[in-house]
Design a protein around this ligand. Structure first.
Ligand SMILES: [Zn+2]
Length: 189
């Protein structure tokens, strides 16, 4: 999916402002003031309705360090975003494989979640039920159960799952600098 056209973005902006309450609990008093920033975001991102995402726990049980977003065309599938410092990355960008997802950062502005439009071929959405099952373990503080569940079911679901297993264990300095390199390639850095 290429960059959206200016005309498409303006149309998306009007639609977004019209149904703003479906996307954010914040009030935008001056829509003209936010327009340039939102139009810029809409080049490579799309807004996500409140009903289509939720916050979750990281593997180290940190609250609000995951964002689980249902796929727009198939709500039984989801992509996970993970928070590192103040930035959000597709979970398949944080991978030990040399080929990673090349998506832009997820952005949150005015309480609206803007997910990147483009993921690459290696980035496959997971089953929503699978993601939530693991979140269920995390919510109960059962990291070990989550880990064995991932081990047992990871290979049968899809390839990208193993990356999530690695995720928290590889968030150390060298990997953060690798992410910083990636970040320079994103349109909003
Ligand atoms: Zn991705």
């Amino acid at each position: 999916m290429a960059e959206t056209t200016e005309r498409e973005r303006k149309k998306l902006f009007v639609q977004l402002m019209y149904s703003l309450k479906e996307y954010t609990t914040e009030v935008i008093a001056d829509q003209e003031a936010v327009k340039p920033i939102v139009l810029e975001l809409l080049k490579f991102h799309h807004p996500i309705k409140l009903v289509d995402y939720e916050y979750g726990l990281s593997r180290s049980l940190k609250k609000n360090h995951r964002l689980i977003i249902k796929e727009s065309e198939d709500k039984t599938k989801a992509r996970e975003y993970i928070k590192i410092a103040t930035s959000w990355y597709c979970s398949n960008r944080v991978s030990q494989r040399s080929i990673r997802c090349t998506s832009a950062n997820l952005e949150i502005k005015y309480g609206i979640v803007f997910a990147p439009n483009n993921h690459n071929d290696i980035c496959i959405a997971k089953d929503y039920s699978y993601v939530m099952k693991i979140q269920g373990f995390y919510k109960q503080g059962k990291s070990h159960e989550a880990r064995s569940f991932i081990k047992k079911n990871g290979s049968s679901s899809n390839k990208s799952l193993t990356d999530s297993m690695l995720e928290d264990s590889i968030l150390n300095e060298p990997n953060l600098s690798a992410l910083a390199d990636l970040e320079t390639a994103t349109p909003l850095s």
